[in-house]
Design a protein. Structure first.
Length: 53
């Protein structure tokens, strides 16, 4: 492989795979934050419900 290949010669599937990897990592990070937020909200909601009963 030579380093003087222009970027236009990169296959489309390679670009898609690269974008998919970045998107996958980003979604995983967002999912972690969402899960933390939902678990915190669930415990708060559960505490409110038990108080109301």
């Amino acid at each position: 492989m030579s380093d003087d290949i222009p970027k236009d010669d990169i296959p489309k599937w390679e670009r898609l795979a690269h974008r998919f990897t970045i998107a996958f990592v980003g979604i995983n990070i967002m999912w972690m934050f969402l899960r933390k937020a939902t678990t915190n909200n669930a415990t708060v909601e559960g505490a409110k419900e038990s108080r109301n009963e």
